[in-house]
Design a protein around this ligand. Structure first.
Ligand code: ES4
Ligand code: ZN
Length: 326
């Protein structure tokens, strides 16, 4: 764990990050007090005790519960600003940030509150933290396609601030095809498309996300390793995977970090990236994930540099830059 080899200073882009998953226990209690929300946890230590997850669903239950403290524009701005400060300190120079509007709309928090609040922080991230940013609006796949379509409509007034759409939450039983029409509508609006696939769900969901939803990146994509023909296709088409190693360990998708398929996926020629997913819950931000895979998987300097390079190659940078400056 020599500090001389830490990858914190290595410039990197973060492409798989749920802003609601950056809510640290201290900020959760601060916002709870500010908003008069009572959390069913005694204090920050008790809350941290609850961060032992059996699977994706057990994590999602706590993730949605804690969102109760996010009520105002200022809350969302404070949340994003705290993330950006931590990310910058870990070498993140560009962040593509997921948010889950349906989880807020369901609690009576308006789309405008969420987007304006996040934007207040993102708008000053470049000068304050040296981080460029994008926003990606995710649909909850365990909600209906009609709800996703309504959410896309509700985002209409804010589309100049939203780069793309994603698909997250409980994967198994909610295949990508469920959201065909929503993604067609998003594409028609000029939005970039990504989707979580192959985290807990089967490799077929990865194929479906590519063929039916037209996604440009796969979030997680871990289970592609089970299908050699799919790996071959992903290599041939240079489809980026936004892997999240510490998330996979905490959600027990892999047994230990040493068992993570990242080295095999890199050796197969896949465009892999390393990301933090929900860093407040999974024990580390982007730099921590880089250091952890270096430590546990013994990736050499060249492979680690490749991962950082991939993160910028897979980012939604150039055409958005053009769109914004027009
Ligand atoms: C998530 Cl790790 C993960 N998987 C699916 N959906 C999510 N939302 C927040 N974190
Ligand atoms: Zn995720």
């Amino acid at each position: 764990k020599s500090p001389y080899h830490s990858l914190m200073p290595l410039p990197k882009a973060e492409l798989h990050l749920h802003i609601e998953g950056t809510l640290e226990p201290e900020l959760a209690f601060e916002l709870a007090a500010r908003n008069g929300v009572v959390l069913p946890h005694a204090d920050t230590d008790a809350l941290r005790e609850a961060y032992r997850f059996a699977d994706l669903q057990s994590f999602l239950n706590l993730y949605y519960e804690l969102m109760a403290v996010l009520r105002t524009e200022r809350d969302f701005a404070d949340l994003a600003d705290a993330y950006l400060a931590r990310a910058a300190a870990q070498g993140v120079r560009h962040a593509e940030i997921f948010f889950d509007p349906q989880a807020h709309l369901a609690r009576g928090v308006a789309m405008g509150t969420v987007v304006e609040g996040l934007w207040a922080a993102l708008g000053r991230a470049e000068e304050r933290h040296g981080v460029s940013t994008r926003l990606i609006m995710c649909f909850l796949r365990d909600e209906s396609a009609a709800s996703a379509m309504e959410t896309l409509a509700a985002a209409g007034p804010y589309l100049d601030r939203i780069t793309g759409v994603g698909l997250d939450s409980a994967e198994v039983g909610h295949p990508p095809v469920k959201f065909r029409e929503v993604y067609e509508a998003a594409a028609a609006l000029g939005l970039r498309r990504v989707a979580h696939a192959g985290e807990e769900g089967p490799p077929e969901y990865i194929t479906e996300a590519l063929d039916v939803l037209g996604v440009e990146r796969i979030d997680h994509g871990l289970r592609c390793a089970e299908d050699p023909a799919l790996v071959e296709r992903l290599v041939r088409e240079r489809v980026p995977l936004t892997l999240c190693p510490l998330s996979n360990v905490r959600l027990r998708t892999v047994d230990t970090l040493a068992d993570h398929p990242l080295p095999a996926l890199l050796d197969a020629g896949l465009m892999c990236t390393v990301n933090s997913d929900d860093p407040a819950y999974f024990g580390g931000y982007a730099g921590d994930n880089f250091d952890a895979v270096r430590e546990a998987l013994g990736l050499d300097r060249e492979k680690l540099r490749q991962l950082a390079r991939n993160s910028f190659l897979a980012a939604f940078l150039e055409d958005d830059e053009e769109r914004r400056t027009r």
